[in-house]
Design a protein around this ligand. Structure first.
Ligand SMILES: Nc1nc2c(ncn2[C@@H]2O[C@H](COP(=O)(O)OP(=O)(O)OP(=O)(O)O)[C@@H](O)[C@H]2O)c(=O)[nH]1
Ligand SMILES: [Mg+2]
Length: 456
């Protein structure tokens, strides 16, 4: 009898664990999920909110597949600033920027997690971002456009897809001019774009566009395309830009850039985990740290007195940097010496390590860090890991680094740059933020990251 009961209990525990690992990601079946809950409307029943939306324009975009998470965040800012300005013009009053669903990126190594078709709300606070620019997460886009009524299967017609590409000669006559030019190409060569792989999107017109210039030049491209279409009917127009990283910032580092950047707050569930971790391991929180973090980004202002928690954060980029950038990437021993010296100078004993190093590298690094308390973030359970995914874990590392009294990053890593920005927003003195690991431990050979302070 006891034996029978024991088997039953073990079977139940096993079942619960299997379920925890297979937690169904609500976004994997994005398209069916959206359409199951969305009735198709005809003209008579079309909701008023939609019927009144004249000239709705959806701008979709995608980034070169191998690009990492943190460059993608920067591309978002270029386009957010663009649509934010664009919507002030009459023809574009109802423009929306559609956030491309995430697919498993090169650096997201956990093969056992499902990391495709992730929405932006998995990582960011969409409502906060929306207060800066008219954006839609991909499921919101599918839902909204379906309210206009869609052709059966259903699918979403994309009126024009612009495959952006570089000019061969960027410096004509020795100078860099803004310019664009349509060119011949074959769509089959560009199938790696994740957007093109979304079976629900049906493109009518695939165009290759050599593009050299900032986001405001996209307006000219759109106007030219719209002039050749009938824009008077109330059908929504959908345009897509592929390889949008080719589009440059209108003006990098100006007030508009920082507004878009400040609106890009992390998802509340990630902030909560980072808060708990900081309290548990460093006995600190926003108020002890005296960081600037009002409930809404709109209330932030010039501030330089943040103290941070009593720990140093080191962002140590390894992986491809060790091979691709050996001239500037330090050895683990050199890193350890630099951390120890800085801790001594700052009268601190704890270092938080944010890194993509392997377990073997970590062991090595720790062996050089005697009399130092190294701390790393790891998930509480497999269940939590399958919820956060590799992208969420990386963001938690970034949040914890952003709250440290002192930060040192890796030369030319966009992951490091995003931490610099976060600390600028929270109001740290510049000298406690804009630091870079040197190649050599005696600091003789040292390339430094550039300093881009916040402006209001
Ligand atoms: N959890 C965690 N992941 C990291 C860390 N550093 C790098 N990664 C992973 O590696 C990726 C780094 O790629 P990017 O976001 O492109 O940044 P980068 O490679 O440093 O910068 P680029 O020069 O633009 O390529 C991150 O998105 C993470 O997935 C870290 O400290 N913690
Ligand atoms: Mg990268």
């Amino acid at each position: 009898m006891y034996c029978y009961l024991l088997i039953l209990i073990s079977a139940c525990i096993l079942l619960i664990e299997i379920n925890a690992l297979n937690i169904k990601n609500p976004t994997t079946d994005l398209q069916s999920y959206v359409f199951e809950t969305t009735p198709q409307f005809d003209e008579k029943t079309c909701p008023k909110t939609i019927a009144e939306l004249k000239n709705t324009i959806y701008i979709l975009y995608d980034v070169n597949p191998p690009e990492g998470f943190n460059l993608r965040r920067d591309v978002y800012i270029r386009l957010a600033v663009f649509v934010q300005k664009l919507q002030k013009k009459k023809l574009f009053n109802n423009v929306r920027l559609v956030l491309p669903p995430w697919r498993r990126l090169f650096h997201w190594k956990s093969n056992h997690l499902s990391q495709d078709n992730l929405l932006w709300k998995q990582f960011f606070n969409i409502e906060s971002m929306r207060r800066y620019a008219p954006i839609l997460d991909f499921d919101e886009f599918l839902h909204e456009i379906s309210l206009f009524g869609l052709p059966e299967s259903p699918y979403v017609p994309v009126h024009k897809i612009f495959q952006l590409m570089h000019f061969e000669d960027m410096f004509e006559d020795g100078a860099f001019h803004d310019k664009y030019e349509f060119t011949e190409c074959r769509k089959e060569q560009y199938q790696r774009s994740y957007l093109l792989q979304q079976s629900i999107l049906l493109d009518n017109d695939f165009l290759c566009l050599k593009f050299q210039g900032s986001s405001s030049m996209l307006e000219r491209v759109l106007r030219q395309s719209m002039a050749s279409n009938d824009t008077t009917n109330n059908e929504p127009k959908v345009y897509a830009f592929l390889n949008a990283e080719i589009v440059l910032h209108d003006s990098w580092g100006d007030v508009e850039f920082w507004k878009a950047r400040r609106s890009m707050r992390f998802a509340p569930q990630l902030l909560e985990i980072a808060d708990k971790f900081r309290m548990k391991h460093f006995r600190t929180n926003n108020s002890i740290e005296e960081v600037q973090r009002p409930p809404m980004w709109e209330f932030e202002k010039e501030y330089r007195s943040a103290l941070g928690g009593r720990y140093l954060c080191a962002h140590l980029r390894r992986g491809d940097f060790v091979f691709g950038r050996e001239k500037t990437t330090p050895t683990l021993k050199s890193v350890a010496v630099q951390i120890r010296d800085k801790l001594k100078y700052l009268n601190l004993t704890t270092v938080f390590l944010a890194t993509d190093a392997t377990a073997f590298e970590m062991q090595n690094l720790k062996s050089y860090l005697q009399r130092v308390r190294p701390v790393r973030y790891s998930t509480d359970s497999l269940e939590q890991k399958s919820m956060l995914k590799d992208g969420g874990i990386a963001i938690i590392d970034q949040i914890i680094c952003s709250h440290a009294a002192y930060f040192i990053g890796t030369y030319e890593s966009t992951f490091t740059y995003r931490i610099y920005e976060e600390r600028e927003i929270m109001g740290f003195p510049k000298m406690n933020t804009f630091n870079t690991f040197c190649k050599s431990e005696d600091l003789s050979d040292c390339s430094k990251n550039s300093v881009w302070p916040i402006v209001y």
